[in-house]
Write a protein that binds this ligand. Structure first.
Ligand SMILES: *Cc1c(COP(=O)(O)O)cnc(C)c1O
Length: 371
């Protein structure tokens, strides 16, 4: 059994072969443009445009760089993948660690309020375990303090909130298409926004700051006489990655999304009344494409549960070690909710090739052990 996996096959393989055998241009060319157009159509709001990058981390880095100056502060939940933090410091900004809500495991707005300074420019919510239930609250808070919002939606591609796909409204939304995310392009990511200045910045910054090179590449040409104004990076997506991503996008609503919804709902149904197991609140399983399925095991029994599952060949994970406990991001204050959740959290297997029968087996082992 696998904790998570890429679900790829003949169609993705054929698409990569097509780039190699027929297109012959492996770098960033027209296929990246096609993928961006298809992502925009999927997200479904014509005002929101997509710029593809070679990772979700690059997407967050450029989103932060686009709206800050070095030294600015970014409010971020400590309970996230270290990628979020490294992207903030890559832009020269300071990640200001905030605690999480003990029920939703999302950024705690009351804690954010305490950490506002004159340097705070951005709030960066993370939709942990694809839970988007705090979006409205985050935007109300951002409006109150005049902050930009950068959504780390790495877990939430394909999710629907307030009848809109994530990415179809809001300020700046970042997705990841790394190997195990809801869709993969091998590695990859995207920035989504309706702000044309931000889009243009990201389009240029991903290609070493060469101005307007994206359009030329999509038309099959290159800039030979160009200008550069800003710091740039090699963060563009390749035609090969785009080809994989395009196939995955066609499989999302047909295969991946229904399966992930069904499996997560089954876990929830089987575990919700087990004493000593605490589930994340706020997830609407009809509209959520769950990327991971973490639960909290109370009364100090998490490690024992991890052990008995491991003995039966069931891999589990711990998402995440709070970033304020890492040497690079150490705080001089504690964040008690995140620290407690870190001792209780365990991620159970979830991917589109897992079966309902396997979910039942995993839940029965947990139940038997705890009772
Ligand atoms: C995967 C992930 C990222 C980074 O995406 P990559 O494409 O792996 O660089 C950022 N934040 C969170 C919460 C993630 O899970």
């Amino acid at each position: 059994m696998r904790l998570s996996k890429s679900v790829v096959g003949n169609a993705e393989s054929d698409a990569v072969a097509d780039i190699i055998m027929n297109c012959g241009y492996l770098g960033m060319g027209e296929y990246v443009g096609f993928f961006e157009k298809e992502l925009e159509a999927y997200i479904g709001n014509p005002d929101y445009r997509v710029a593809c990058l070679n990772s979700g981390t690059a997407a967050i880095h450029l989103a932060v760089a686009a709206v800050t100056r070095p030294g600015d502060e970014v409010l971020v939940p400590t309970f996230t993948f270290v990628a979020t933090y490294q992207a903030i410091t890559a832009a020269g900004c300071v990640p200001v660690s905030c605690d999480i809500n003990p029920e939703t495991l999302l950024i705690d707005i009351d804690d954010c309020r305490k950490r506002i300074t004159s340097k705070t420019q951005v709030i960066l919510p993370v939709f942990y375990a694809s839970n988007t239930c705090n979006r409205d609250e985050v935007y109300r808070f951002a409006e109150e303090y005049n902050l930009r919002v950068i959504e780390d939606a790495a877990h939430a591609f394909g999710c629907v909130q307030n009848n809109k796909k994530i990415g179809a409204d809001g300020d700046i939304i970042c997705f990841s298409f790394d190997g195990i995310k809801n869709i993969t392009s091998g590695e990859g990511g995207a920035v989504v926004t309706s702000d044309s200045k931000i889009l243009e910045y990201v389009q240029d910054a991903r290609l070493l700051g060469v101005m307007k090179d994206s359009e030329k590449r999509y038309a099959g040409t290159r800039s030979w006489d160009f200008d550069v104004v800003n710091q740039g990076y090699r963060y563009h997506m390749s035609n090969i990655f785009a080809a994989i991503g395009r196939v995955q996008l066609t499989r999302l609503d047909k295969e991946f999304s229904p399966k992930r919804k069904q499996l997560a709902a089954e876990y929830h149904k089987l575990l919700k009344d087990v004493p000593g197991v605490k589930l994340i609140k706020g997830i609407d399983f009809n509209h959520t494409v769950s990327f991971i399925y973490p639960v909290m095991i109370l009364k100090g029994k998490r490690d024992a549960v991890k052990e008995i599952l491991n003995e039966k060949g069931i891999p589990t994970g711990i998402h995440y070690k709070p970033n304020h406990l890492l040497t690079k991001f150490k705080t001089d204050y504690s964040l008690p909710v995140a620290e407690e959740v870190y001792r209780e959290i365990i991620t159970l297997p979830l991917h589109p090739e897992l079966s309902i029968r396997e979910v039942n087996y995993i839940c029965s082992l947990i139940k038997t052990f705890i009772e």
